[in-house]
Design a protein around this ligand. Structure first.
Ligand SMILES: C[S@@+](CC[C@H](N)C(=O)[O-])C[C@H]1O[C@@H](n2cnc3c(N)ncnc32)[C@H](O)[C@@H]1O
Length: 255
């Protein structure tokens, strides 16, 4: 099988899995009821700054919850996903808030984008990079960003053995091809960009998430989680190498 056939098959698996999920055919893990990733999303969102009039690309838009927010903040948004159902759901979300006129929603692979070179001031993606064939997708991202353009991506990491064990026990929530990132691989992966930086989230804060599986634990989540995030921040500042064991990273790339 040629590498092109392999990529094609992979894209079809991703599209099928997410079409089913976004048609209501799949559930999320129980701990998603407390919005465990909201904390890292908030940090990425706040880093974007003033979006009015900016051309923003959203990679892997899923069901459009970030797309809507980008448009509400005044961005001119191009969002895409490999799943036709994702694009359809995103269009519905935008139409409900009369935001479709500021957005174009596409169905395409991140590995072969339909946008011209140097199109975007900002790119953003949540939990998407680890679904992609990174060589082609990062080259495409670099191509479509304007010189000096920036990309922000919040991504799960691979290295924590407890998280890895949880993933092995719950394969139904993941596609066969997704592969969480490894921080030490970033220098090679992001070599084409003029600069990149990253910051990790969720070390001890994972405890608050685990507690949601204990009766009454979900009620404690907000206060416990906030305290542990503060502790993690101190810990990661003191010992940055612990970041490899975190659940999420936010990567900022600059073209
Ligand atoms: C974990 S979901 C995240 C979706 C959305 N960003 C969110 O936070 O809800 C990953 C998304 O990536 C999309 N995806 C997977 N492989 C893709 C590819 N090669 N190109 C574009 N989108 C892809 C999936 O269809 C899915 O919507």
């Amino acid at each position: 099988m040629s590498s092109q056939d392999t990529l094609e098959a992979r894209l079809q698996r991703e599209a099928r899995f997410h079409d089913t999920k976004y048609s209501g055919g799949d559930s999320y893990p129980a701990h998603y009821s407390v919005g465990p990733t909201q904390y890292v999303y908030t940090h990425m969102r706040d880093a974007l700054g003033d979006l009015r009039g900016k051309h923003v690309l959203e990679v892997g838009c899923g069901e459009g919850w970030i797309t809507r927010e980008l448009a509400q903040r005044g961005a001119i948004v191009s969002a895409f996903d490999i799943s036709p159902q994702a694009a359809e759901n995103t269009r519905k979300v935008l139409a409900a808030d009369n935001l479709l006129k500021r957005c174009s929603i596409g169905v395409m692979p991140a590995e072969k984008l339909e946008y011209p070179d140097n199109s975007f001031d900002i790119a953003i993606g949540f939990a998407i990079i680890h679904h992609l064939e990174l060589g082609s997708a990062l080259a495409e991202l670099h191509r479509v960003l304007k010189p000096g353009g920036v990309g922000y991506f919040a991504e799960p990491l691979a290295t924590n053995p407890l998280i890895a064990a949880y993933r092995r026990l719950t394969p139904q929530y993941r596609t066969p091809d997704e592969r969480p990132l490894v921080l030490r691989e970033l220098p090679q992966l992001l070599a084409a960009f003029s600069a990149y930086e990253h910051r990790e989230f969720y070390l001890t804060a994972l405890l608050a998430i685990a507690l949601t599986y204990v009766p009454g634990g979900a009620r404690l989540f907000p206060s416990l989680s906030n305290g542990l995030h503060r502790f993690d921040r101190m810990l990661l500042r003191a010992v940055p190498a612990l970041g490899a064991w975190a659940w999420y990273t936010i990567i900022k790339v600059t073209k």
